[in-house]
Design a protein around this ligand. Structure first.
Ligand SMILES: *Cc1c(COP(=O)(O)O)cnc(C)c1O
Length: 355
């Protein structure tokens, strides 16, 4: 006899992390290529002497820092082990069996997984022909069972972003008891003034008495702390409260908390890096367009090449050139913007791709 586990998990696809191949350039996981700032490494090293103690489960000091910085009361914040964990907590906190979570597809790979694991049902609404969220179709897909909608802005893996007017028109159609979650993992790379700051947008809704808008942010991308696992939700107190209820005690570790605070101290320096990545993004996309590739306009630290059936061949071709990209078989390839020489290696591979 073997142990009885949940039969439904057999059909669940596993999360596919970007591959790491020794000696190859990794442009597969939307990480920032530059290593951690010396000031952040120093803060982590100092905090290492205290790791015999449990972390502050409430992340009190970091919460106070974020509260001040974002201009929201502390009861509007919930920390998590990366925003992917907060995605899972949000589903756990809003859904039981037969409840529905709505999201665009293709979008962040973790949405289907966390929804399924929590026992909820997923409703996927295809992106439109421009690889952008089809918000009209998403609004039309809301049912009495819908509890939550993920809106990934900019969208992973396409990089496409929604404007303030589009998001506002969508939220106006969503029943007030359905939570709209703006996942802003790539917010710091946005340079188009028409794309909203989700926290500012959410504040206006809260002021109007609408408690169904929340925002996810992470320290993994622009802040360069992917390996430490820390992110946060900015949400109305009713939502932040239930997020804390489903939080696994002590899961955000002490080094992550200290590193996040040191990163907030070094924000200017980190944003200079982001602006350099944005400049590279413009250059890389421009060169790809000139080579004849279709590349949707991107507001994130990656580009999307909707290669369809050519995706696998392109992926293998890049690997042969020692560049690891992220292939979504049959759909397209996502390529992270790295340092200029890394991007040049990728561009050289893309230029040499003929099939
Ligand atoms: C990378 C990413 C996240 C979060 O990553 P964490 O490392 O878990 O904070 C969340 N949402 C999207 C869309 C992402 O691409």
């Amino acid at each position: 006899m073997t142990v009885r586990t949940r039969a439904d998990l057999a059909s669940l696809p596993s999360y596919v992390p970007g591959r790491t191949i020794p000696g190859a350039i990794k442009l597969a996981s939307n990480e920032v290529s530059a290593g951690p700032l010396p000031s952040v490494v120093k803060a982590i090293a100092e905090a290492a002497t205290g790791i015999n103690r449990y972390p502050d489960s409430g992340c009190t000091e970091l919460t106070a820092r974020l509260s001040e910085r974002l201009g929201v009361p502390a009861d509007h914040l919930a920390l998590g082990c990366g925003s992917v964990t907060l995605c899972q907590q949000l589903v756990q906190a809003t859904c039981t069996e037969n409840d529905e979570v709505l999201f665009a597809w293709r979008s962040f790979e973790a949405y289907p997984i966390v929804t399924h694991v929590a026992g909820a049902r997923q409703i996927r609404v295809p992106l439109n022909e421009g690889h952008v969220h089809d918000l009209d179709a998403m609004a039309a897909a809301i049912t009495p069972n819908t509890r939550m909608v993920f809106v990934c802005n900019p969208n992973n893996p396409t990089g496409t972003a929604l404007r303030t007017d589009e998001i506002e028109a969508f939220i106006a159609k969503v029943p007030r008891d359905v939570l709209v979650v703006l996942d802003e993992a790539y917010k710091e790379f946005v340079d188009d003034a028409h794309i909203p700051d989700g926290v500012e947008l959410a504040k206006q809704h809260w002021a109007a008495g609408h408690n169904n808008v929340a925002v996810l942010r992470t320290f993994s991308k622009a802040y360069g702390l992917a390996g430490l696992r820390i992110g946060y939700a900015v949400a109305p107190p009713v939502v932040a409260d239930v997020l804390r209820k489903v939080y696994v005690p002590f899961s955000v570790n002490s080094l992550a908390q200290v590193a996040a605070m040191a990163s907030l101290d070094a924000e200017e320096e980190l944003m200079v890096r982001c602006r350099a990545i944005v400049a590279e993004r413009t250059r890389v996309r421009g060169e790809l367009l000139a080579m004849g590739y279709d590349v949707p306009e991107t507001q994130a630290n990656f580009v999307w090449l909707p290669l369809g059936e050519r995706t696998t061949a392109f992926n293998e071709h890049c690997l042969a050139h020692k560049v690891v990209v992220r292939a979504f078989v049959g759909e397209g390839t996502r390529v992270t913007i790295g340092e200029p020489e890394e991007n040049n290696a990728f561009l050289a591979a893309a230029r040499a791709f003929t099939s």
